[in-house]
Write a protein that binds this ligand. Sequence first.
Ligand code: NAD
Ligand code: TYD
Length: 358
Amino acid sequence: MSTKQSAKRSLNGKVLLVCGGAGFIGSNFIHHIFEKYPKVRIINFDKLTYSGNTDNVRDFVKDARYTFVRGDIADQKKVTAVFKKYQPDYVINFAAETHVDRSIHVGSLEFINTNIVGVFNLLEAVKVGGTVQSFVQVSTDEVYGSLALDSEDKFSEHTAFAPNVPYAATKAGGDMLCRAYHNTWGVPVVVTHCSNNYGPRQYPEKLIPFFVLRMLEGKTLPLYGDGNHVRDWVYVLDHCKALELCLLNGKPGTVYNIGADNEMNNREIADRILKYFGKGKDMIEFVAERPGHDRRYAIDASLIMKDFGWKPEYLFDQAFADTVKWYTQNRKWIERVRRKTGVFNPHIDLWEGHKNKK
Ligand code: NAD
Ligand code: TYD
């Protein structure tokens, strides 16, 4: 690792409040931080929604450095109490409603509560508490909307927000509040926009784990529309390392885009999964287009590379194969998620129900 990529400050001896640390990226972040900073204290504040899973952080249950607090960031009293009790030095927010399909087909109110009201509560608590040196709001490239397939454009930190689905609109709302709280009150917040992550412990409603589970069940892979939609895939640990740098080195009020320059369309992802399982293209089913479906995401990550010397370290071929393998080898994790939540992707279940009736 280059010296430039090292964090300027250390989390040893500090209290880190992680909101949403029982989810996919948050739990990978907690693993990364405990490994790197053996003397950090982590408070994991999580509501345990359908995607929150205590199995993701079970390694730390008996660890004196780790405290789990069940609670909702949209509950201002609870947020205030947590800040008062633990007096965090650093805060990072992964807590969010995160699935585009649910924001369309299940409802948007929870997205507004968590992704906007919840972020407001955290900003207020940071502002009033006065102990926090740095707060990172983890956001998404989806706030920028969609790029054309035939263009070379990428999202930079200066691209205007143009969200197309309720999930993205609520994340943009939270990001706007961060900007305002920094400019108005000097709240030390850094906002990050990363593209699609892949890796272990992702709730299996998202493309890669969902397709792997369907293969394990002998089911077809449902591609929305023509399947040519492009995402810029980042391995989750590369994202976590970028977030660590933003938390420890980031100048308050700065925005960083994070991406791996790894554009791939959904057909290519499906093909790779089919190849892994030795299956043919006849296992792909093209289904109705997702409303508001963004065509292409691509990230210009030159600012975080320049400022912190960050760059993605994981090679897609290997990290993708390791990710697929992780789901095939962690059947217990899958079965416990299934028992707890029942349906992974309600939208596809509905489609399958209709199909099977015909
Ligand atoms: P996830 O759905 O796996 O986890 C979200 C976690 O937040 C869960 O543990 C859940 O219980 C918790 N949570 C939800 N609402 C809460 C509330 N009101 N109060 C407290 N906890 C609550 O999500 P993820 O994929 O790990 O995403 C984490 C963050 O990263 C999100 O903000 C998301 O927008 C952003 N992001 C995700 C990706 C991706 O590809 N997954 C890419 C870029 C950005
Ligand atoms: P998803 O994992 O839901 O992430 P996001 O919508 O936040 O990018 O979807 C990734 C891509 O895969 C997106 O273009 C939608 C597509 N997709 C399918 O074609 N079929 C599916 O069953 C799912 C879940 C996603």
